[in-house]
Design a protein around this ligand. Structure first.
Ligand code: NDP
Length: 256
């Protein structure tokens, strides 16, 4: 029973930004549960390395070079997945960036770039995946929010706006696509040790220790902490779970 609930054999997943960090952690989990994986990113060397790792572990995986802010690239991405695997069951909208400047110093171009990469990309990829999932009578969309979906940060106004938006976008798609048996959920990562936060630690004074002090689990997360939640939200185990935003944060968001 347990194995069947979480079994992803024969399923196909796209993980945007799957070539490192949290995305690769989720891709590893989905692959270990049996799914074929399309790793999507702009850095081909990193994507090829991720695919080599998954393939070596016995998974079917391909790398797709795409900019998820570009509608033409996104359409080509879905077509490539369909050509390679003949179906699409799980879409993980994980690609993201941050540009750290206070609101009074943030140029419009930086605002646009963060919103497009973190929020508009989820819209474009979900909209492109919807007809394919609907035709197959179901699917799973997993969006990646942040602690900034809940809290603000003076140095990350565009990032927080994009991640707050992800939660409301998730809820809207969950309602719209429930009749199509497509479950749409968000994961809200706490502070995770990745390239993104290695930059943050350089740019924000004392961040490393502040995170440790505030996180009940008393450690930074790692990409592989997202394997389990990805399998849960990508599998039939979550068929009655939709529109949620689940923190995976070592308790960061519940510490008073
Ligand atoms: P990484 O920088 O390791 O990963 C970001 C990924 O996004 C890379 O694989 C990158 O690939 C991809 N990406 C960025 N822009 C584009 C684009 N335009 N088109 C396609 N791919 C793109 O960071 P994380 O693993 O930390 O971040 C993953 C997600 O988790 C992000 O949404 C982030 O906001 C979120 N998150 C992270 C937290 C953390 O503490 N690390 C906390 C909360 C949320 P490439 O460069 O090849 O394009």
């Amino acid at each position: 029973m347990t194995n069947q609930l979480f079994d992803l054999a024969g399923r196909v997943a796209i993980v945007t930004g799957g070539n490192g960090g949290i995305g690769l952690g989720m891709a590893r989990g989905l692959a270990a549960a049996g799914a074929a994986i399309a790793i999507v990113g702009r850095n081909e060397a990193k994507s090829n390395a991720a695919v080599a790792e998954l393939t070596q572990a016995g998974c079917r995986a391909i790398a797709i070079s795409a900019d998820v802010t570009d509608k033409v690239d996104v359409a080509a991405m879905i077509a490539q997945v369909f050509k390679a695997f003949g179906r699409l069951d799980i879409l993980v909208n994980n690609a993201g960036i941050n540009i750290r400047k206070p609101p009074h110093e943030l140029p419009l171009d930086d605002w646009d770039s963060v919103i497009k990469t973190n929020l508009t990309s989820a819209f474009l990829c979900s909209q492109a995946a919807h007809p394919v999932m609907k035709a197959a009578s179901g699917g799973k969309v997993i969006n990646i929010g942040s602690m900034m979906s809940i809290f603000g940060a003076g140095y990350s106004p565009a990032y927080a706006a994009s991640k707050g938006g992800i939660v409301q976008f998730t809820r809207s798609c969950a309602v719209a696509w429930a009749p199509d048996n497509i479950q749409v959920n968000a994961i809200l990562p706490g502070w995770i040790d990745t390239e993104l936060t290695q930059n943050a630690r350089r740019e924000v004074d004392g961040l490393h220790d502040k995170v440790l002090a505030r996180t009940p689990a008393a450690r930074w997360g790692v990409g592989d902490d997202f394997a389990g939640i990805a399998v849960f939200l990508g599998s039939r185990a979550s068929d009655f779970v939709t529109g949620t935003a689940i923190p995976v944060d070592g308790g960061y968001s519940v510490q008073g």
